[in-house]
Design a protein. Structure first.
Length: 150
């Protein structure tokens, strides 16, 4: 009896989470706006990291680590907003996102993986590691943009 109750509760929670994800955005344009804003904020903070990693601005370990942490958090946000109906409107998303969703997911996960490594490097303060990790994040972002952004 106890196992049946646990199973039923787990099923209800899973069903609710799936439903909540699908209903997260009232209109397609809300999802587009959300993902664009999440990507914009992530880009702004990554730009600060990149500027320090490339030597365009002086290295400040705390500022760099703070920005890398924000990039890591933001890197998780935009992907649920690539839902059905958001391929049209005020978006630069290519149709390939929906035609090859598995490849798009792989690209987003690659970027997130590289961002985690950047955050670790930023916390270490090791300049060479930071430069390498920032370059890998930049390459992952570019690869996704080249394939999936107009």
């Amino acid at each position: 009896m106890k196992n049946q109750m646990i199973f039923a509760l787990a099923f209800l929670i899973a069903a609710h989470c799936g439903q909540a994800s699908a209903q997260q955005f009232a209109k397609p344009e809300d999802a587009i706006k959300y993902r664009k804003n999440a990507l914009f904020v992530m880009g702004q903070h990554f730009g600060r990291v990149g500027a320090m990693a490339s030597g365009r601005v002086p290295m400040d370990a705390k500022v760099l680590a703070d920005n890398a942490a924000i990039v890591e958090t933001m890197s998780k946000l935009p992907w649920p907003a690539f839902v059905e109906g958001t391929d049209k409107g005020d978006t630069k998303a290519k149709p390939e996102i929906w035609k090859d969703a598995a490849k798009f997911k792989e690209a987003s996960e690659k970027m997130q993986f590289e961002v985690v490594k950047l955050n670790v490097a930023a916390k270490s303060g090791k300049v060479d590691d930071i430069k390498t990790a920032a370059g890998a994040v930049g390459a992952a972002c570019k690869a996704c943009h080249d394939q999936f952004r107009q």
